[in-house]
Design a protein around this ligand. Structure first.
Ligand SMILES: Cc1cc2nc3c(=O)[nH]c(=O)nc-3n(C[C@H](O)[C@H](O)[C@H](O)COP(=O)(O)OP(=O)(O)OC[C@H]3O[C@@H](n4cnc5c(N)ncnc54)[C@H](O)[C@@H]3O)c2cc1C
Length: 399
């Protein structure tokens, strides 16, 4: 294989690490520069649908993900007070057989570990906080707070919602508070044994709030995310230790299963949920973006990290075998292929805020009828556009 171009990836989160593995597999000389001195993820769960797990399996992570992950049998959407089933979409073996890759529930640290352990240590540079970036036309130059200067053929900003690469390449623009905050926590499963929880993702929908829970780490932990609407976010930090009692008060009157889960948790964290409007461009010259840096979305489709994994796979396919002179056009191609799909998911995630949080009344009854008829975006045949997608393929509608 022709010697590949060199790419500096700024940010060692799920998106940056997955992109590095995809790029290395495509023969590109990819290096990750992460500001933190150690890699880490928040103590919480993550849902990984087949459109990303097929990529992770190609990267050689199937064994590790199977060992630590949980394969839910269904997605179960329920009514907030009486627990009535609104929709039950099969996952498990049916999804794996239909789409050729499983649906996983993972502890974030387990996913990050799997990615990091597959990355050669010489390609990971910790303690590197990007400060400046110059596009020289025929190369890029990135400078880090520790004084390191890197020259490469391209720079990829995988540095999250507060992306410095994005600011340096496109100018400042603040993320938008979505009017939602999420209590998150993990509960040892044995404390909830009496609830006989199924191995499903349960999404409880009700007025102005919703609650999600599922097993992670080989069913040893139950992950919960309890989302509440609030007008403002006044705390200094966008994540903070939360009070279990506040979460309990917020879900008073909801089905008792939810208060049992909250009460069994030792601690909870509260997160302000920010997103950004879809961007018109992701690439400028030899610099591009991926993941939350360019398409931060509400987590209500479970697709933020999944899309970042798709981004990396597609970027690798676009950059495979090219010369340095072809970087600009290849990054534009990546943007053309990826931007419409990720933007669509940003708006579907936003729309789910309204749909999940409807107050009881005519709109909620109509929503429930549509869900019961199996024609919503969560039913298996309706979700094929999302799960069947192979981000490594270099074609898009009209290309
Ligand atoms: C409550 C909640 C639930 C969610 N559930 C799901 C789910 O089920 N499924 C799903 O797919 N997604 C989910 N998401 C979304 C998902 O967490 C994000 O989309 C994903 O983690 C983004 O990954 P990323 O690599 O793009 O960015 P990040 O994870 O933010 O990583 C960015 C990295 O860049 C580094 N960095 C930042 N600035 C610099 C700099 N100047 N120099 C060097 N390094 C830098 C940071 O330290 C960090 O390591 C959820 C989000 C929330 C809030």
């Amino acid at each position: 294989m022709k010697k590949g171009i060199s790419v500096a990836i700024v940010g060692g989160g799920i998106g940056g690490l997955a992109a590095a593995l995809s790029l290395l597999r495509a023969g590109v000389d990819a290096h990750v520069y992460e500001q933190a001195r150690t890699l880490g993820e928040v103590g919480a769960g993550i849902q990984i649908s087949p459109n990303a797990s097929r990529i992770l399996h190609r990267l050689g992570l199937a064994e590790q993900l199977t060992a630590t992950g949980v394969k839910p049998v269904a997605l179960h959407q329920r009514r907030w007070d009486d627990g009535r089933t609104l929709l039950r979409a099969p996952l498990g073996e049916l999804v794996e057989k239909t789409f050729g890759a499983p649906y996983y529930h993972l502890h974030r640290a387990d996913l990050l570990d799997a990615l990091a352990s597959a990355l050669p240590s010489q390609n990971l540079h910790l303690g590197h906080r990007l400060t400046t970036l110059v596009d020289h036309g025929d190369s890029t130059e990135a400078t880090f707070e520790n004084g390191t200067r890197i020259v490469s053929d391209a720079v990829v900003g995988a540095d999250g919602i507060h992306s410095v690469v994005r600011r340096l390449a496109f100018g400042p623009e603040h993320p938008n508070f979505t009017g939602c905050a999420a209590y998150r926590g993990l509960v040892p499963a044995e404390r909830l044994a009496h609830l006989n929880l199924e191995t499903t993702a349960q999404i409880w929908m009700g007025p102005g709030k919703h609650f999600v829970h599922y097993f992670v780490r080989g069913r040893r932990l139950v992950n919960f995310v309890a989302v509440v609407e609030q007008d403002t976010w006044t705390r200094e930090s966008w994540t903070d230790r939360g009070d279990v009692s506040d979460a309990l008060a917020a879900f008073e009157g909801w089905h008792p299963q939810l208060s049992e889960i909250l009460r069994a948790s030792d601690e909870t964290f509260i997160w302000a949920l920010f997103d950004r409007k879809p961007m018109a461009r992701w690439s400028v010259g030899r610099v591009t973006l991926l993941g939350d840096a360019c398409h931060a979305m509400l987590p209500f489709m479970g697709q933020g990290a999944v899309q970042s994994i798709e981004d990396g796979a597609n970027l690798a396919a676009c950059l495979a075998g090219i010369s340095s002179a072809q970087v600009d056009e290849s990054l534009n191609r990546y943007e053309r292929l990826r931007l419409p799909r990720a933007s669509h998911l940003q708006s579907l995630s936003e729309e789910n805020k309204r749909r999940f949080h409807l107050p009881d009344g005519p709109a909620q009854s109509e929503r429930d009828e549509v869900m019961a008829s199996g024609t919503t975006d969560w039913s298996l045949q309706a979700i094929a556009w999302l799960y069947a997608h192979d981000a490594e393929l270099l074609s898009a509608p009209g290309e």
